[in-house]
Design a protein around this ligand. Structure first.
Ligand SMILES: NC(=O)c1ccc[n+]([C@@H]2O[C@H](COP(=O)([O-])OP(=O)(O)OC[C@H]3O[C@@H](n4cnc5c(N)ncnc54)[C@H](OP(=O)(O)O)[C@@H]3O)[C@@H](O)[C@H]2O)c1
Length: 212
């Protein structure tokens, strides 16, 4: 499969390595390919491009940019290059304000998530929330004593969710489908919860698991 990754931070790179290891072809999109040359030196199968190149190339597209830049990054793509495709949305709506007692500040509220905004702004794309509430180091083949963790996903298009669920399971996760786009109002704040032990105790190695 061709995977286009919009964003070249810790998340874009971690998922690129994961998709490449599974035999996919990957373009990593950035505004500045020069700064990624050392990384490509270590991951020579990855191809660098612009955000638009990544969107055009991907049968599945990953959105992994700073939350405040998500709309702008997607606007760099041609609308036809997003239409009908699963867009794995790993972003979180984190403001530039510092955390308060370890609690991040969001620019959204509990009645509107970032993914819902993006879905409204790019109605033909099929957004699926995933990978937003775990650290980049554990996104692919997570290893925890408690067993495989749970990836909470949501999105309006059932076909796109099925595709993304298969990819997430292939990375070693249990998938919990939380329904339509509105569920991102609950999934995005899981990142706030996930980060608290990190900011308070420098503990960043954990993940959520749904028990029943
Ligand atoms: N870090 C984690 O462990 C983690 C875990 C789960 C979810 N997330 C979420 O995943 C997303 C990516 O996080 P990250 O840690 O990989 O890195 P990040 O620093 O949040 O984002 C890096 C990417 O954002 C792009 N970007 C930044 N400002 C921009 C602007 N004004 N216009 C367009 N693009 C801009 C950068 O583009 P250039 O490449 O051109 O500089 C880069 O590709 C975030 O929304 C974050 O909340 C992060």
């Amino acid at each position: 499969m061709n995977v286009g990754i919009i964003g070249a931070g810790a998340v874009g790179k971690a998922l690129a390595i994961g998709f490449l290891a599974k035999g996919n072809h990957v373009i990593v999109g950035t505004r500045d390919t020069a700064k990624l040359l050392p990384w490509v030196g270590q991951n020579p199968k990855a191809i660098l491009g612009s955000f638009a190149d990544a969107a055009k190339f991907g049968e599945v597209v990953v959105l992994a940019v700073k939350g405040t830049a998500a709309t702008e990054a997607l606007r760099a793509a041609a609308p036809t290059d997003l239409a009908g495709k699963p867009i794995i949305d790993a972003t979180n709506p984190i403001t530039d304000a510092p955390p308060v007692n370890g609690v991040l500040k969001y620019f959204t509220n509990l009645d509107e998530s970032l993914m819902e905004r993006l879905q409204r702004q790019f109605p033909k794309a099929h957004f699926v929330k995933a990978f937003n509430s775990v650290g980049s180091a554990s996104m692919v083949n997570p290893q925890f004593a408690g067993g495989p963790p749970t990836m909470f996903i949501c999105g309006n298009d059932e076909g796109a969710k099925k595709t993304v669920a298969g990819l997430v399971e292939g990375f070693g996760w249990q998938v919990a489908d939380m329904g339509k786009a509105e569920a991102a109002r609950a999934i995005e704040p899981l990142c706030m919860l996930w980060c608290i032990p990190g900011f308070l105790r420098n503990d960043w190695s954990h993940a959520f698991r749904m028990l029943s």
